[in-house]
Every structure is written in structure tokens, then in C-alpha cells.
Design a protein around this ligand. Sequence first.
Ligand SMILES: Cc1cc2nc3c(=O)[nH]c(=O)nc-3n(C[C@H](O)[C@H](O)[C@H](O)COP(=O)(O)OP(=O)(O)OC[C@H]3O[C@@H](n4cnc5c(N)ncnc54)[C@H](O)[C@@H]3O)c2cc1C
Length: 422
Amino acid sequence: MAWDFSTDPEFQEKLDWVDRFCQEKVEPLDFVFPHAVRWPEPVVKAYVRELQQEVKDQGLWAIFLDRELGGPGFGQLRLALLNEVIGRYPGAPAMFGAAAPDTGNMEILAAYGTEEQKKRWLEPLLNQDMFSAYSMTEPQGGSDPNLFKTHAERDGDEWIINGEKWFTSAGRVADLLFVMCTNGMFVVPRTTPGVEIMPEPRNHNHIIYRDVRVPLDHLLGPENGAKVLAQRRLGGGRIHHAMRTIAQCKLAFDIMCERALSRESHGRIIAEHQMVQEKIAESYAAIKMLRLFVLETAWKIDQTSTLEARTDIAAVKFTMAKVLREVSYNALHILGSLGTTDLTPIQAMYASAPTMGIADGVDEVHKATVARRVLHGYRPHDGYWPTEYIPAKREEAWRRMRPVLDARPDLARAAEKYAARR
Ligand SMILES: Cc1cc2nc3c(=O)[nH]c(=O)nc-3n(C[C@H](O)[C@H](O)[C@H](O)COP(=O)(O)OP(=O)(O)OC[C@H]3O[C@@H](n4cnc5c(N)ncnc54)[C@H](O)[C@@H]3O)c2cc1C
């Protein structure tokens, strides 16, 4: 029997180690030095490196990378189980060398980069000596890549890039910008002349690329291959987001349950009020459904590929946004006024929920993809009525049973009696 919902004990030990490490070391570090991996101060950097060495000693560095790409090769299912722990702590992905947007950029570098490109960019990114950003969305429209205009023109031994990008996360602090052009994916050092970062928005940057010149070897993958690279990058990224979203939902759920047992109103603890119980029960079921869906999709990717599993990845993508929205809302509501403040993680989690339905592709586009792909497995019925039209099915059943009824008159009489009762 192949269905097995348990984790093997050896890997469970790893998960337990990660959980302890995150609780005892990552969470305190996050409160004292938020975004510690990016702190330039040598003494902080040294401490971060010390902790990261512990992660490396456990074989848990860059956990998202397959073995042939230079990572531990856990596969997506084990990665999902790890991310379920790590995703609870905002600073943890970076401590495990697995923080977006670097992960996706490293993945396409590892998969499509030349040896020289890997040496120049992948190694420093893996070691966090460099940080990167991903420049794909454009101001005139993000959901439809056919509207993108940023283009690279070849000029001797250089490419000249012209265009405008919108919402490049962490672009202003990146060393490298992965720029999707209509004719290829390019790696552009941020300090290259012609890269102009607009003052707003602060964290997800509006960038103008004006006559930006890069050498020929800054093209990543084949010429005109940007869409393939983008698919590879985003497909993996989406399921990884979903894995970490489970952790966020569980955190909201834990906060909600603890509070429900701690507050009193109208003569009883609030957990005894049925409408509070409804929120808890529905959140519990929603998280379970999301978790099983994510784990099964991760398993499917391991058995086949990201491409093969794309219907489920798209379905997971909008489902996680919905579940996060519902569960974080329920938690916020049960916390009452406290839930509306920034004194617990709930308010930020609820505020981030709509973002999950937009980043990496809006819900509508993923829903359309799922519906389109699922419908490939169906065909229209003949005539006026659906296949499950009951009068037609009944008629067909009588036709099929006719030989049996003809051979057994007693059964035929019983059938006539049943029919007369209808
Ligand atoms: C937190 C965050 C981080 C991001 N980071 C990056 C990044 O690092 N790099 C990067 O390049 N981009 C990034 N993005 C941008 C993201 O990829 C885009 O926001 C997304 O692709 C949608 O594009 P848009 O914002 O232009 O929305 P639009 O395409 O203008 O869509 C707006 C709305 O129109 C409707 N709509 C659009 N298309 C359809 C359709 N086909 N069917 C039905 N309805 C539709 C939907 O209601 C949709 O929400 C990030 C976004 C967020 C929120």
C-alpha cells in the first residue's frame, strides 16, 4: 500500500533540529537584529556566519537546490516539510540560504548558467556575499508577459538594454538584477550606468533601464529564452511560497486557539461560544486541506516535474492566498482589538494576505490556467442532455439489464414493481 502520511524517523530528526534551532537561535536573533543577514557590521555578520555554519554542518544549506544543481537534493516533498517549520520565522529562510528572491535567481543560474557565470554569480549568491533581485513586471501591466517591452539590442560585444520595470523586490539593495527582456534573460549589476532606481515604491522598486550596457556573457540561457527561464523560476517559487504559507497559517491558528482559551466574555471563556468554535474548526480544516494539497503537489513534482505538475501548482497558488486570508482574518477577529495592532504577527499576516493573491501572478490568471488545463480532460456531451441525465441513464440501465431480467422472470416482476412505485 503506497499511501503513507508519515515522515521517516531519520528525516523527522532533521525537522526537530530545525525547529529547535529556529526557536532557540533564529527567532531571538530576528528580534534583536531584524534582517541580520544583510547587516554590514562585521560583528553581526560574524555571528550570522556562525549560525549559518551550524546549518551547513547539518547539510541544510540551500535546501531548495537539487543535488545536480549543487544543493542537498531533498526533493520538493521534504522541502515542503522543512519549509513548514522554517516559514514560521521571518528571518529563517535567509539563515538557511533559502530566501526569495535569491532562491529563484540561483535556481535559473544553476540550471542555465555557464560554468563561468556560476563561478562569477552563483557562488557569491549561495554564500550571501551578493544579493539579487528579479526584474520582470512592467508598469503597463504585469499579468500578461506579451505586454512587456524591455529589450536588449546587440552592439558589438555588448548588449544595450532599454526598458522600464515595476515592483522589483529589493532591487535598490541588490547587487545583481535579473532582467527579463523580450529577447532573453540578462544579469545586470545594479551599479551599471543607466540603471535608475525611482524613489517610490521603497521596497519593490520601479527601475528604468536606460541604455544599460552589459557584456555578451551577461545573457543567461539562450537568446529569446526568457519565458522558459521565467517559468522555471516562478513554478518553483510558487510552491515554495505555499509551503511557507502553511507555516504562517499554523502560527495564526496557534495564536487564535491560545487566545480563545484565555479570554472570557458573557460568563464563559470565548472558546465555548459557538461562533468562535466555528472559526477554529473551519480554520483547522482549511489548513489541513491546504497542507495535504501542497504536500501532494510537492510529491507529484518529485515523481514528474514542475511542468507536469503545473495545474496543481497554479491551484495551490490561489488556494494558499485564500486560506491565509481566511485563517489570518479569523485569528485577527478572535484577538479583538489586540488583533488590529502590530503587537502580534497577526495584523501583518492579514495585511499580507491580499499580496499573496497578486505576487507571482494574480489569482484570476492561475484560476483561468487551472480551468483551461482541467477542461482538456473533458469533451462536450452529445445531444441536449448531460451524460448524467437521469431519464437517459435509467433507460440505458433497463436496456443493459434486459438479458438478466429475461432470464429471471421473478427478478423482472420485482423490477416492474420497483418501477411502478416511482
Ligand atoms: C509583494 C510583491 C512582490 C513582487 N515582487 C516582484 C518582483 O520581485 N519582480 C517582479 O518582476 N514582479 C514582482 N511583483 C509583481 C507581480 O508579479 C505583479 O504584481 C503581478 O504579476 C500582477 O501584475 P500587476 O500588478 O501589473 O497587475 P495587473 O496585471 O494590472 O492586474 C490587476 C488586476 O487585473 C485583473 N486581471 C489581470 N489579468 C487578468 C486576467 N487574465 N483575467 C482576469 N483578471 C485579470 C486581476 O483582478 C488583477 O488583480 C511583486 C508583486 C507583489 C505584490
